[in-house]
Design a protein around this ligand. Structure first.
Ligand code: NAG
Ligand code: NAG
Ligand code: NAG
Ligand code: NAG
Ligand code: NAG
Length: 296
């Protein structure tokens, strides 16, 4: 595992959805608070002049979302995005059952540090294939996602790339925008939480498998969150990462479903299944955190 950062759950004051405004003032309030509570003070650098303000805040812009159309030539299978001429591009997985006449569910899948879109597909593809869910798995521009401390520590280039990938998939496929999900593993889970919290009106559901913590400079909406963490996690120890992250998210008002499992830093098949079943709305125990995990 390339990711060695044990990121603590950031603490910011966004107690109820009413106070979670997606405006610049809220962002300005959140930023120093997040910065000040993290072990790595360099996490958020000053705003870069090379990216626009929205991208710097982690705000995705996707173009038109719901545009039901019949694209009879839309291909299925594992397809390259073709959005970058560099070796880092990404993939979309479209199950054979894709039918352009009805809105199809899709999950944006965020890979772990030092990995790529194919690794992200690998986590969920069997379950997504059997349940009929598209997966969109872009590659990070750098070795990991822009906002993570190992990279620049600020949202920007990855937000622009993910926006382009979403826009392309909405243009080419009949995606059910109302059920759009975002999921990730490890640093990808930390990033997926950040994307989901920041773009809470775009994503209906957020799934974080073994996140290190929370990165968000702005919050919008409050989509439900699914989290899993291994009791023997040796990369992000559960008492420093999974547990405080789940409890923090709950404490600020998110609907959190949290599972602890016997295992390390991984997504075993049963957890992949639980993740997809929760996404589909069939997970028994949705909306709960194991007893005794959160102190209050
Ligand atoms: C984050 O903290 C560092 C170290 O305390 C400080 O230099 C920097 O200005 C802070 N950044 C923000 C955005 O508050
Ligand atoms: C239909 O989908 C294919 C890829 O699967 C794409 O090349 C083509 O541009 C799409 N057509 C329209 C009208 O979006
Ligand atoms: C998806 O499932 C179908 C039917 O079982 C199978 O033929 C196909 O190989 C699967 N695709 C992937 C990418 O696993
Ligand atoms: C899960 O939910 C989906 C859609 O909400 C439904 O079609 C399906 O029958 C449910 N059960 C299983 C086992 O997937
Ligand atoms: C949380 O979400 C689950 C579905 O994921 C739902 O069953 C439950 O009622 C919700 N809890 C609250 C308090 O809204």
């Amino acid at each position: 595992m390339a990711a060695g950062w044990a990121i603590l759950a950031a603490s910011f004051l966004c107690i109820a959805s009413v106070s979670c405004q997606d405006n610049g003032q809220k962002a300005a309030e959140l930023k120093p608070l997040i910065n000040g509570t993290l072990p790595n003070g360099q996490r958020f650098r000053a705003a870069s002049t090379s990216v626009d303000t929205a991208a710097y805040l982690g705000v995705l812009s996707t173009g038109p979302l719901s545009q039901p159309q019949s694209n009879a030539t839309a291909q299925t299978g594992i397809l390259k995005l073709g959005l970058s001429t560099s070796s880092r591009d990404g993939y979309i997985f479209v199950p054979n059952s894709y039918n352009p006449s009805k809105g199809y569910p899709m999950i944006l899948a965020i890979h772990a540090a030092g990995k790529g879109g194919l690794d992200a597909l690998g986590v969920l593809i069997d379950q997504a294939n059997s349940s009929g869910i598209m997966l969109l798995a872009p590659d990070s521009r750098g070795a990991t996602w822009d906002a993570l401390p190992a990279q620049d520590g600020a949202f920007g280039p990855d937000i622009a790339f993910i926006s382009a990938a979403l826009a392309q998939s909405f243009a080419q496929y009949n995606v059910n925008a109302a059920t759009l999900g975002v999921q990730g593993f490890s640093d990808g889970a930390t990033y997926a939480l950040g994307l989901g919290m920041t773009n809470g009106k775009l994503f209906a559901k957020v799934m974080a498998n073994s996140p290190g913590g929370v990165i968000a400079e702005r919050v919008q909406g409050m989509p439900p969150i699914f989290m899993s963490a291994g009791l023997q996690d040796d990369i992000f120890p559960i008492n420093q990462a999974g547990n405080p992250t789940a409890c923090y998210l709950k404490s600020v008002g998110y609907n959190v479903t949290y599972i602890q499992f016997t295992g390390k830093h991984e997504v075993p098949p049963q957890i992949a299944s639980d993740t997809i079943q929760w996404y589909l709305g069939n997970f028994t125990g949705a909306g709960s955190i194991p007893a005794g995990v959160c102190s209050t």
